[in-house]
Design a protein around this ligand. Structure first.
Ligand SMILES: Nc1ncnc2c1ncn2[C@@H]1O[C@H](COP(=O)(O)OP(=O)(O)OP(=O)(O)O)[C@@H](O)[C@H]1O
Ligand SMILES: [Mg+2]
Length: 447
């Protein structure tokens, strides 16, 4: 069903129900059309076939009340939650209700109620969120709007907003953006869930800034350099895949972070802004847990200590960390709460939702364990400061795309790093042969 045709029918229906501005709780806009202009039969007849049973129930207040009674969410005796409005959406229908006094969100958002409601409405799934206190929003789902892979946009050379890097498509159709500057990002997902595509999508989004020298990527790939090796000497300022190498990389980064912090403190810089001289340093570690397979206990502790320091002190001075792992348990990543952006791809167990997204995450709408194997790259995204989760899908990045990203955004043909020790380099000394800089030995005088 085309969205445009959904919208055509949505307008009169929304009008019929008097729900001009129902999506945000508050005063309604506009004047509701008289109900008799849109009899239920007409509303149902105009609905897409797949949604007709649900529309039948929602368009007819008596049937809505019957459903709520059956589900024990209301009764003639205690009253009914107020259906404030419903409308067509990309996934099917969205319904906003005002909860009955004495009800709580969990009365609506539990697996039993959701599945009973889905059966009642004849749809694939109903999900529940709470956009505001006392409100519940039901998403009546017949389409998975993220079923199709999202195509990586053309590689561009524009300016990058490091606080809103495009990573994929949200389920409402908007671009999914992630803040990288002043944030750390944790990505968890089972094998093959699309962790690589999230990492590559973020790298692609950052690409122009990498090329411009505003972002330096330090890449740790403990799976043996398989996934990110193509960027070695090209896109990554440092690339390590051994335990020793990754710990060394963290050690250097931690020291650089302390030096930069001291420098900025001294200069009384109130807010760090990346520049070519002081770029955003993005430390990426894919498959963090794989480190433990070949690191000693002491090495793992050291890695965790260094990571902990960067996670707690790095954000304000332009050091961001992005870690991907399969197992989000406390044993693997005890610092979960230090990552303000958390991306949960498909996970095997319902209990893992709270490991990535915090306590009660499943009840708040994070359902990573329900993401089908057939849609890698789909994730529930949680961020500090918001209770709601965004469902989104990262761009699909093929091996060829990854090569193209490296080619397009490599700041140099080959990043080899300094090959000599320049630590006693004096920028004022332009060399013996250059007159006027003090280092020039005038042969006439010398003679
Ligand atoms: N965003 C996406 N859209 C469509 N298909 C995807 C997406 N991400 C991944 N895939 C498909 O799933 C496969 C596995 O993806 P990817 O390697 O990114 O997962 P992973 O979580 O990093 O896996 P592993 O744990 O094995 O490293 C890819 O080869 C690709 O075919
Ligand atoms: Mg991977």
């Amino acid at each position: 069903m085309l969205i445009s045709s959904l919208i055509q029918t949505a307008v009169p229906i929304a009008g019929a129900l008097g729900v001009g501005a129902w999506i945000t709780p508050g005063p309604w806009h506009g004047t509701p059309a008289p109900a008799e202009e849109f009899p239920v039969a007409q509303i149902v007849a105009q609905a897409p076939a797949i949604l007709r049973p649900a529309v039948q129930v929602l368009a007819d207040p008596a049937l809505t009340e019957q459903m709520l009674t059956t589900l024990k969410l209301g009764s003639p005796l205690v009253g009914f939650p107020g259906v404030q409005g419903w409308d067509y959406a990309r996934h099917g229908l969205t319904v906003d209700l005002w909860m009955l006094g004495g009800q709580c969100f969990e009365d609506w958002n539990n697996d039993n109620i959701r599945s009973q409601m889905a059966t009642y409405l004849g749809v694939r799934q109903v999900t529940v969120s709470s956009p505001a206190a006392s409100w519940v929003r039901l998403q009546v789902r017949v389409h998975d709007t993220l079923a199709e892979p999202a195509t990586l946009p053309d590689l561009v050379h524009n300016e990058v907003d490091l606080e809103a890097v495009p990573v994929g498509i949200r389920e409402d159709g908007d671009t999914w953006r992630v803040q990288v500057l002043y944030r750390h990002i944790l990505i968890a997902g089972a094998m093959g869930s699309g962790k690589g595509s999230v990492l590559w999508s973020i790298i692609a989004g950052l690409g122009p800034a990498i090329k411009a020298g505003l972002v330096d990527v330090l890449m740790g790939d403990p799976k043996g350099g398989m996934e990110f090796g193509r960027g070695e000497h090209r896109l990554w300022v440092d690339f390590q895949w051994t335990a020793e190498g990754i710990i060394g990389m963290l050690k250097t980064a931690e020291k650089d972070m302390q030096d930069r912090a001291a420098r900025l403190r001294e200069a009384r810089v109130r807010k760090f802004v990346p520049s070519v001289e002081d770029p955003l340093i993005l430390i990426v570690i894919d498959e963090y847990a794989a480190l433990s397979a070949f690191a000693t206990r002491e090495e793992m502790q050291e890695a965790m200590r260094l990571l902990g320091l960067i996670l707690t002190q790095g954000r304000a001075v332009g050091f961001s960390v992005m870690v991907a792992l399969q197992d989000p348990s406390k044993e693997t990543m005890p610092n979960r709460q230090l990552f303000p952006v958390r991306i949960g791809l498909k996970l095997d167990e319902p209990t893992q939702n709270s490991m990535i997204h915090g306590q009660g995450a499943k009840d708040r709408g994070a359902r990573c364990h329900e993401i089908p194997d057939t849609t890698p790259g789909v994730a529930y995204v949680g961020e500090d400061g918001t209770r709601e989760f965004v469902r989104a899908r990262a761009y699909y990045v093929s091996d060829d795309d990854a090569d193209a990203i490296v080619d397009a955004y490599s700041p140099a043909d080959e990043i080899t790093g300094p090959t000599q020790d320049y630590s006693d380099f004096d920028p004022d000394d332009l060399g013996e042969e250059i007159p006027g800089d003090g280092g020039f030995a005038d042969p006439a005088v010398a003679a």
